[in-house]
Each structure stands twice: as structure tokens, then as C-alpha cells.
Write a protein that binds this ligand. Structure first.
Ligand code: NAI
Ligand SMILES: O=C1[C@H](O)[C@H](O)[C@@H](O)[C@H](O)[C@H]1O
Length: 346
């Protein structure tokens, strides 16, 4: 059975996902697209030679009997409406981060999915599918370094444009670490704090960059997370877990080593699209395969989207307060317990 997919938002990542589903992956077909910029939707059909219909909006696309599943790749503030409409129509939903821009919005989605009675939603937290993070998780789960005690990580972008704001360092960028790190150590967050090192001259006048976020888990693990979105040298994701008997570290991205002009070196990626290319493929292939084989997506859940939103809210509060801010989650619904969430029984 081929999963018939409608795409809501044919911008950068929407087109990337259309490309991979159409050209690289198996089991899915793009049959519908929509974008508030209708020319962008038409251009996507043309670019990928899709046998797909252009719809005027998300609601009409979701209502189509020819659509089994939707990909929500619009701007973050538009996600909640499309996800809620997808659930109400009984459609499978793959939603790019954020699931919703507020914790309350994520909880509304959780409650709608619980009321529906089975999982429909997967959130695009692709780092759980990255081979480096999966190797880290296997080592931690197998107690290779004993109990994890601390984590040091860095999320560095070469540059961002003037529309990028201080809170986006949390809600748009650190949200990836927020999701992958509690999954990595299988431990919820307790509190967060934000500090500001000396500012880089390469940041816009309104942007505080870099930032350092300290997260503490319920089990006492301390996480030092650097966010530096104008680092200039490359797109660089680092993660090191320090345990009782050793250290495990995210492997460097494989790259040719060269000796030339008296220099020895390797190249560093400059773009997130390239750094997580395989992870994006694997998360979407898993979405389609899981629906076909189990009737439900098995990837990051709407509850994971809620955890990310609650934690991001606490971080944004800490950006202004400079204090430790508590992370307070509700009770996890039964629907999300016992979920095989990419290698961990939760
Ligand atoms: N998982 C990841 O690594 C990444 C995730 N993202 C997320 O994906 C989403 C899209 O990001 P980009 O593709 O970079 O943005 P973009 O601006 O390139 O594309 C968004 C598209 O959605 C359209 N759109 C906005 N509101 C809409 C609505 N209500 N209905 C239909 N179309 C609508 C816009 O016209 C635009 O064409 C964001 O939530 C972003 O956080 C983006 C980049 C990487
Ligand atoms: O979601 C993304 C990208 O995947 C990058 O990892 C981030 O650096 C970027 O800020 C965000 O839009």
C-alpha cells in the first residue's frame, strides 16, 4: 500500500521532503500540495514533476479522500491548526518542529490524539535517527560508560539573518538538543538556566549570541549547551556525554582529509540540510514503514513535542530572568507509554 501524502508548506524543508519521498524513499507518493504562496506550490509540482493536485489551503487538502497522510512543513505558528485538522480528519501527520509554538497548543494536540484513541502524529525531531546519536544512545543504554553524569554540547550555525531573534535560539535552534538529550539519557528535565558570554560582533544588534543554557535532569545530570548562530566557520553540532567510567562523543562528520599548500585538514559542513541528510531520510521512511506495518507512526510523539515546548518556554523565561526556571510537565497519557521511541521503551 502506497501512502498518499499531502504537503502543507512547499518551502525549504517541504521541498526537501518532497524530493526525498519522490526520489529516494519507498512506500509514499506526494498526491497533494498547498502553500499560502500558491506559486510556490505550483513550482514544487513542476520542479519534481509530481502527479499531485494543488489545493487552496490546508483544510481542503486534509479533507481530500485522496490524502492518507499530511506533511506539515509550513511556518511554526501555522502548525497547530493543520495538525489539529489532520487529527480530526483521522489523517496521519508528520509535523516539522515545533509541533505548536506554545505548550498549551501542544497539549491541545495531545488531548485530541488521546481522544482519537491511537497515534497519528510524528514530530520531525530527526536527530534521534542520526547514526551518531544512535551510537551514543546504544553506548549509554548498554552502560558502556556507567551512569551518565554530565553532557557538553554545542549547536553552531555559520550565520543567521536579521529576522532571527534571541528567543529563536531556543525555540528554533536549541529545540533539537532539548528533544534529543532527554531521549539520549531517558531522563526528564527538572530546571534550566541561561547565561550570556561576551557577544560576537557578527551578531545583529538585537540578537544575544552566543548563549549558554544549563539544563538539569530529574536524575541530576547537568547539561551545558552552547548555542552560537554566527560562528562563521561552519555548521557544527557537538555532543559529549561524560559518565562514571568514560566518555562518549558524537563522531565528527566523515570528510576527506587533505594535505595541500603546506596544510593538513578536512572540510566542515556549512548547511543543516547536509549534516542530517540521512536522518531526514530515515525519519520519513520510518514514518511510512511504521504506518504500513503497525498502523501507527513509531517516531517522536506529540508528547515529545509537548516536552520540547514546555522546556523551551522555561528556557525563554530564563533568558530574561537569569534564574533557574523549573520544567513542569503534566502526567504522560497512557497512549504514549510503552512507545518504542526509536530504541527506547518509554
Ligand atoms: N527539522 C529540521 O532540521 C528543520 C525544520 N524546519 C522547520 O520546518 C518549518 C518550515 O521551515 P522552512 O522550510 O525553513 O521555512 P520556509 O519559509 O522555507 O517554508 C515555509 C513555507 O510554508 C508556507 N506557509 C506558511 N504558512 C502556511 C500555511 N498556513 N499554509 C500553507 N503554507 C504555509 C510559506 O509560504 C513557505 O513557502 C519550520 O517550522 C521550521 O522550524 C526548518 C528547517 C530544518
Ligand atoms: O531546524 C533547524 C535546522 O535543522 C538547524 O539545525 C538549526 O540550526 C536551525 O536553527 C533550525 O531552523
Amino acid at each position: 500500500m502506497t501512502l498518499k501524502i499531502g504537503v502543507i508548506g512547499t518551502g525549504a524543508i517541504g521541498r526537501e521532503h518532497i524530493r526525498r519521498i519522490t526520489n529516494n524513499l519507498s512506500g509514499g507518493k506526494i498526491v497533494a500540495v498547498t502553500d499560502v504562496n500558491s506559486e510556490a506550490a505550483k513550482a514544487a509540482v513542476e520542479q519534481f514533476q509530481l502527479d499531485a493536485e494543488v489545493y487552496p489551503d490546508d483544510k481542503t487538502l486534509i479533507a481530500s479522500e485522496n490524502v492518507d497522510a499530511i506533511l506539515v512543513t509550513s511556518w511554526g505558528p501555522a502548525h497547530q491548526q493543520s495538525v489539529m485538522a489532520g487529527i480530526e480528519a483521522g489523517k496521519y501527520v508528520f509535523c516539522e518542529k515545533p509541533l505548536a509554538t506554545t505548550a498549551e497548543g501542544c497539549m491541545e494536540i495531545v488531548q485530541a490524539e488521546v481522544k482519537h484513541g491511537r497515534r497519528l502524529v510524528q514530530v520531525g525531531f530527526m536527530r534521534r535517527y542520526d547514526s551518531g546519536y544512535q551510537q551514543l544512545k546504544e553506548a549509554i543504554d548498554n552502560r558502556f560508560i556507567g551512569e551518565p553524569l554530565m553532557i557538553r554540547c554545542a549547536h553552531r550555525n555559520p550565520e543567521v539573518n536579521d529576522s532571527y531573534t534571541t528567543d529563536m535560539a531556543i525555540t528554533d535552534t536549541l529545540i533539537h538538543e532539548i528533544d534529543v538529550l532527554h531521549w539520549l539519557v531517558n531522563d526528564d528535565y527538572k530546571s534550566v538556566q541561561v547565561a550570556y558570554p561576551k557577544k560576537t560582533r557578527h551578531a545583529s544588534s538585537h540578537l544575544r549570541d552566543p548563549q549558554v543554557v544549563t539544563l538539569e535532569t530529574q536524575g541530576g545530570i547537568l547539561i551545558n549547551a552552547e548555542i552560537f548562530v554566527n560562528c562563521k566557520y561552519g555548521y557544527d553540532i557537538q555532543c559529549e556525554v561524560i559518565g562514571e567510567e568514560g566518555i562518549v562523543k558524537l563522531p565528527e562528520v566523515a570528510s576527506l582529509q587533505y594535505r595541500k599548500n603546506g596544510q593538513l585538514g578536512t572540510h566542515i559542513l556549512m548547511d543543516w540540510k547536509d549534516r542530517f541528510l540521512d536522518a531526514y531520510d530515515r525519519e520519513l521512511q520510518d514514518f511510512m514503514d511504521s504506518i504500513r506495518t503497525t498502523g501507527e507512526p513509531q517516531g517522536p510523539t506529540a508528547w515529545d513535542g509537548y516536552i520540547a515546548a514546555v522546556t523551551a518556554d522555561a528556557c525563554v523565561k530564563a533568558q530574561d530572568s537569569g534564574q533557574h526556571e523549573a520544567v513542569e510537565l503534566g502526567e504522560k497519557p497512557e497512549l504514549y507509554r510503552g512507545t518504542v521511541n526509536r530504541g527506547v521503551q518509554v
